[in-house]
Design a protein around this ligand. Structure first.
Ligand SMILES: Nc1ncnc2c1ncn2[C@@H]1O[C@H](COP(=O)(O)OP(=O)(O)OP(=O)(O)O)[C@@H](O)[C@H]1O
Ligand SMILES: [Mg+2]
Length: 248
């Protein structure tokens, strides 16, 4: 069943009225990982912000249906309460806040035991990290994990992640994908994952390919990936970096 349905969504920038997204349509299944792919500037982050209801962007047509409810006109807060959450492309640093407090910032009811469970889920040893500060002393990979932990603490139904794999080296992003699979399994949430990496196919269920603000195709991961690779004239590179795509 679809958790989220986007129907013919068009979006303008509120600042200069420039149309960024035109007639975007896609569906995200329950308990699935849906990858949003496309070149730089194709509109991926804009779609993420518009889905979350960030007021910088204006919906000029179409609709967003979440949990069978039309949420096109709802505020960010209302969407968050319904279980939608977004992690931004640029990770935030919260100087002076402990990991424990950071995880409880969005959900005060969460117990210490639960925060420890969440840290285990994202692969950090609770005892070592629960009293650390969310600052520069954490490595890039640890900060990414703690950000994911804070998202899980909100008990979301849909997690939108804007390029969580950007800037990570090969070992860490493979770990990240493992963590995302854990999150899908343990929280039963769906993940809309914005990513440029072909290797995301290791965990993706379905995908949507955007180009210049339009949906080129949307469906099972492999055919969408094939179209994306062809459009980039990068099929050879894709096959080299990802042998499991060989049968495309
Ligand atoms: N406020 C704005 N005013 C005008 N144009 C904007 C605004 N915000 C985004 N754009 C433009 O909309 C297009 C889509 O931007 P967006 O950030 O959604 O792309 P993206 O697919 O996330 O790219 P990247 O892979 O580089 O993160 C770009 O051409 C961008 O310059
Ligand atoms: Mg972006």
């Amino acid at each position: 069943m679809a958790l989220l349905k986007i129907k013919n969504l068009s979006v303008k920038s509120g600042e200069n009225n420039k149309e960024i997204l035109k007639n975007i349509s896609l569906e995200i299944d329950e308990k699935s990982i849906h990858v949003l792919m496309g070149a730089n500037g194709s509109g991926k982050s804009t779609l993420a912000y518009a889905l979350m209801g960030i007021s910088r962007f204006k919906v000029t047509g179409g609709s967003v249906i979440f949990l069978n409810k039309n949420i096109t006109k709802l505020s960010i807060d209302q969407r968050a309460k319904m279980g939608m959450t977004l992690a931004f492309q640029e990770p935030a640093i919260f100087e002076g806040i402990s990991v424990q407090d950071f995880l409880r910032a969005g959900n005060k009811k969460i117990s210490r035991k639960k925060t420890e469970e969440i840290l285990s889920l994202i692969g950090l040893e609770p005892k070592k990290f629960i009293n650390r500060y969310v600052d520069q002393t954490l490595s890039g990979g640890e900060r990414k994990r703690i950000e994911l932990a804070s998202v899980i603490a909100l008990k979301p139904k849909l997690i939108i992640l804007d390029e969580p794999d950007a800037g990570l080296d090969i070992i860490i992003y493979r770990e990240l994908y493992g963590i995302l699979e854990n999150i899908k399994r343990e929280t039963k949430a769906s993940i809309l994952l914005i990513s440029h990496r072909e290797e995301v196919g290791l965990i993706a269920d379905r995908a949507t390919f955007l180009r210049r603000g339009k949906t080129i195709c949307s469906g099972p991961f492999r055919p969408v990936m094939r179209k994306y690779c062809q459009s980039l004239k990068r099929k050879e590179i894709c096959l080299k970096t990802m042998p499991c795509l060989k049968n495309l």
